[in-house]
Design a protein around this ligand. Structure first.
Ligand code: ZN
Length: 259
């Protein structure tokens, strides 16, 4: 099994992914560009078995039609995406699995908050979760906004219950490249965060096309202020003196909207 991460060059800095099974079965996650995704699949030499959309927003689904036209493959999405996502025809509830190869599957996590039709996908190989495709729920060093059909209180529950419970060594594959901006936001709220400072330095030399970089959940706990809700420094710097994890999260989410 291999994961191929593609920086698409879209204005919104989208990533698309191909998960390649050992028998050459390919699953395309969030195809920004249908033709380009199929070119990548051709280069890998495998067979496109399915497209998976993390959620209904156009920038995560716009490649669907072209890929289905050429390959007639299945398109997976959240049950609430029915009627909203073009070509979606298999709907995944929490815990449902897509077999990638004999030893690998993708497991659907129901992750509302950015929208209410949002799935994340846990990649499990030989019984061990290796990575999670997080769409617009969790970014490297940040979380998604709730402007277009979401709810920040629900997003808080999702982050707490679905991500803080996962193992530290799991790799995060997000829907967009927002790492630099997000690190800046963490450092605005927590200027003494040395991990975030180191990452911001490293960020400057990343070539997203040739060698995209990602984080683990352990690193997220170090650099993502939405995971660092008990940090005394963050609490001290926030307006309104929020104390509970939920109130700190909601205050940060609100501030991030206008940052
Ligand atoms: Zn979105």
């Amino acid at each position: 099994m291999r994961v191929h991460q593609y920086y698409t060059g879209s204005q919104l800095r989208n990533f698309s992914y191909i998960v390649e099974g050992a028998q050459g079965h390919l699953f395309i996650i969030d195809p920004w560009d249908g033709a380009e995704s199929m070119d990548k699949a051709r280069d890998l030499g495998g067979l496109i078995k399915g497209v998976i959309n993390t959620h209904e927003h156009w920038d995560h689904t716009r490649g669907n039609e072209e890929i289905v036209k050429k390959t007639s493959c299945v398109v997976y999405a959240h049950p609430n995406g029915e009627g909203k996502i073009k070509e979606a025809n298999v709907f995944l509830s929490e815990g449902e699995k897509i077999q990638v190869d004999d030893e690998t599957y993708l497991e659907a996590l129901d992750t509302p908050g950015h929208t209410f039709a949002h799935l994340c996908l846990l990649l499990v190989h030989r019984g061990k979760p290796q990575a999670v495709f997080t769409g617009d729920t969790l970014f490297n060093a940040g979380v998604g906004n709730c402007h277009n059909g979401g709810d920040p209180e629900v997003l808080f529950e999702t982050i707490e219950n679905k991500f803080l419970t996962l193992a530290d060594d799991i790799v995060v594959y997000p829907g967009h490249e927002y790492l630099g901006n997000n690190l800046g936001f963490t450092l605005k709220n927590e200027p003494e965060n040395t991990h975030a400072k180191e990452w911001l330095e490293k960020y400057k030399s990343i070539d997203w096309v040739k060698a995209p970089v990602t984080t683990t959940l352990k690193e997220e706990k170090e650099i993502n202020c939405f995971f660092r809700l008990d940090s005394p420094e963050i609490k001290k710097n926030l307006p309104g003196n929020p104390q509970s994890r939920k109130d700190v999260f909601l205050t940060l989410r609100e501030l991030r909207n206008s940052w």
